[in-house]
Design a protein around this ligand. Structure first.
Ligand code: FAD
Length: 317
């Protein structure tokens, strides 16, 4: 079922969902299940599965190091299919512009259609690790808007080589990313919002936000989006702080601000067990206020072990 239909059917009740990251290749999928299992008691209507683009690794060959391109966390669509089958839950594969040609994207989308996947999260992706700026892949898309357009074309039976009239078109519901504190490359929040509006006009059905730790940023973002005429659901993304290093990493990687009270509370912690508890309590407070404000879904970034998401969900659902 489409994410937007889940929201409609909930009739104003806030839903629970979360995002998982595929394991590094070679690892057992059971590890992933072990993290998902405890969260299923909160009945998520959908689970997102991220995609990682290609990266360079150095492989030793006859005493010399050779640079090789690889995908360390493959399997997004396969994982979506296995979770859907195992737990009878909708899954949302993340599909990226970066690292994929249009042709490869069409291949992935056709697979998703055959597997009965109804939702796609359409994203540009970041620059490769050794690049300063995002460089579009040859034959791929430059912005997420173009990816949304490709998915919408497929929904009409328009494939890259031409139209197929078969009565068996996909009907993907499309999610896109939104940034309450603006995307790091955007010159201003207003211009980033204009780009978000373009994604919605191209056919995006809902927005999931980047993580934020100050709810006022989310509320202001939603208001600015509504004032600009963006009417689709805007789902808040929440991440509980889990280790002290997050104080440096999260602002650096995602260009987001952390409230001083949260920084002070984490600074006062003696170890990461205590940090994890602070992160859970902060996320519960955030979640309570967002739920009271009537958000459609509380969407949690699990990024590894899910015990903290479980603790937050237990207090909320
Ligand atoms: P876009 O919407 O294309 O925007 C990128 C930048 O370009 C913005 O600054 C925007 O303002 C600007 N822009 C857009 N259109 C134009 C235009 N026509 N002209 C000029 N500027 C323009 N990354 C992953 O690698 N894998 C994932 O699974 C993943 N999941 C994510 C899930 C969520 C909910 C979020 C919020 C992010 C996720 N990301 C993921 C990160 C995302 O790929 C990066 O933030 C990326 O840098 C931007 O992606 P986007 O889809 O927002 O890009």
């Amino acid at each position: 079922m489409k994410v937007t239909d889940h929201i409609k059917n909930a009739k104003g009740k806030t839903l629970f969902s979360f995002e998982i990251v595929p394991p590094v290749k070679g690892k057992n999928i059971q590890e992933l299940y072990n993290n998902i299992d405890p969260l299923m008691e909160f009945k998520p209507p959908f689970i997102d599965v991220t995609t990682s683009r290609e990266e360079y690794v150095y492989v030793e060959k006859q005493g010399l190091l050779e640079k090789q391109m690889t995908r360390m966390r493959p399997g997004t669509v396969g994982i979506c299919a296995s979770i859907k089958h195992k737990y009878d839950v909708d899954t949302v594969p993340h599909v990226l512009c970066g690292g994929f040609t249009r042709e490869e994207t069409e291949y992935v989308l056709v697979d998703c259609h055959y597997l009965g996947i109804d939702n796609i999260m359409a994203l540009r992706g970041d620059a490769m690790k050794d690049q300063k700026y995002f460089v579009p892949t040859k034959g791929g898309h430059t912005y997420a808007t173009e990816l949304v357009e490709q998915i919408q074309s497929l929904n009409k039976g328009d494939y890259l080589h031409g139209t197929i009239e078969s009565g068996n078109c996909s009907d993907f519901c499309i999610g896109v990313a939104g940034y309450p504190e603006k995307h790091l490359e955007a010159p201003s929040l207003k211009s980033d919002l204009k780009r978000l509006k373009e994604k919605v006009e191209a056919g995006a059905d809902y927005v999931v936000t980047q993580m934020f730790f100050d709810n006022q940023k989310y509320f202001a973002f939603v208001k600015a989006a509504r004032d600009m005429g963006i009417e689709v659901p805007i789902i808040p993304g929440i991440k509980p702080i889990a280790v002290k290093r997050h104080l440096q990493i999260l602002p650096q990687v995602f260009r987001i601000d952390l409230p001083q009270d949260l920084i002070d509370a984490v600074d006062d912690c003696e170890d990461n067990k205590a940090v994890r508890q602070v992160g859970v309590e902060w996320a519960i407070q955030q979640s309570k206020e967002l739920k009271e404000a009537g958000v459609p879904v509380l969407h949690y970034y699990s990024m590894g072990k899910s015990d903290n998401i479980h603790a937050v969900a237990k207090a909320m659902f």
